[in-house]
Design a protein around this ligand. Structure first.
Ligand SMILES: Nc1ncnc2c1ncn2[C@@H]1O[C@H](COP(=O)(O)OP(=O)(O)OP(=O)(O)O)[C@@H](O)[C@H]1O
Length: 305
């Protein structure tokens, strides 16, 4: 039996759709990613799984339980890291863990958990005195203090520097190795690619693909991405009219053209005819980032390189 099963989930806020049609299943021991741009409906989906919101349509079960009806039972078995979870500034790390442990039937040993998360020296430190990465690890510890079978981690590494982010990824892999199934909400491509066994790509309240990171990349494997800085402004239409071109995106002055076949020749020819020089020209095979653009027509995870 899957650990999480979501079928045609739907949730509207005041008539406005947040989740239109979301279906996926998560198997025991997986790190399953929900990837999508801001406002895609990721948080609403996981809030339905946590019993915090009642779906308007469809069905969801977690560990065979109905999150809305069996909330009390589910809370004992599901760990939740809240988005931007904040604790009272003066609360010490050890106190926070003891407090949260008291909510559970069968809590983890706070000292063991702090050791596993590299926080054993911080037991007596006030929450506000911790670095961003340490605060994040405390919020992960709080999600795990009830010894959950499933943990939902929402925007795990948002706001962390690259080193703290990599350290956190190692922590998550360690938790999975202990047998905890993890549902990871993210808009960072590198995070999804590195950590997730499978990913549901969500856009505008709908699942547009569910696959392994490699499978998602393979779906655009014949695609190339050309990046360059034109010597003068060029309109998108110059490229979008070419049969080889799929998408045109811009990052500041840089133009990114993705396409298939001999797209490089097509792009450089059209530029040459106009006497435009393509500075800093680079050609790359498609990655998860590009698979996402191909699936949704949009780019997310900027700055995540
Ligand atoms: N309580 C609410 N009341 C009304 N609208 C809401 C509420 N919560 C979310 N929304 C809207 O529902 C849509 C989906 O939001 P949701 O937070 O689920 O997306 P998300 O993918 O998690 O985005 P983010 O990455 O920004 O958290 C958005 O358009 C959002 O503005």
């Amino acid at each position: 039996m899957p650990v999480i099963e979501v079928r045609n989930l739907r949730k509207h806020y005041g008539g406005k759709p947040a989740v239109e049609d979301v279906s996926f299943t998560v198997e025991r021991g997986e790190i399953f990613g929900i990837l999508g741009p801001n406002g895609a409906g990721k948080t609403t989906t996981v809030e339905c799984l946590e019993g915090l919101r009642r779906p308007d349509g469809g069905a969801a079960t977690v560990l065979g339980l109905d999150p809305w009806r069996d909330t009390a039972e589910l809370r004992q078995r599901l760990g939740v890291q809240l988005q931007e979870s904040r604790l009272p500034d003066k609360l010490r790390v050890g106190e926070a863990l003891e407090l949260y442990a008291s909510f559970y039937r069968n809590p983890a040993d706070p000292d063991v958990l702090l050791e596993q998360l590299g926080l054993s020296g911080r037991r007596g430190t006030a929450y506000r005195k911790l670095s961003g990465g340490q605060q994040q690890r405390v919020s992960i510890a709080l999600a795990l203090i009830g010894n959950p079978e499933v943990a939902v981690l929402d925007e795990l590494t948002t706001g962390l520097d690259p080193q703290a982010r990599r350290d956190t990824w190692e922590v998550i892999e360690g938790i999975r190795d202990r047998g905890v199934t993890i549902l990871l909400v993210t808009h960072f491509m590198a995070e999804a690619e590195r950590l997730c066994d499978r990913i549901a790509v969500i856009d505008a309240g709908r699942v547009v693909a569910v696959d392994t990171p490699a499978g998602l990349v393979a779906s655009v494997a014949d695609e190339q991405v050309i990046r360059f800085r034109p010597s003068e402004p060029v309109p998108d239409e110059l490229f979008t009219g070419l049969p080889e071109v799929r998408t045109v995106t811009r990052r500041g002055e840089q133009v990114e053209v993705s396409g298939v076949g001999n797209v490089l020749h097509a792009v450089t020819s059209v530029l040459a005819r106009r006497g435009i020089v393509a500075g800093e020209l680079r050609v790359e095979q498609a990655g998860l980032d590009d698979a996402f653009v191909a699936l949704t027509g949009r780019r997310i995870g900027q700055g995540d390189h």
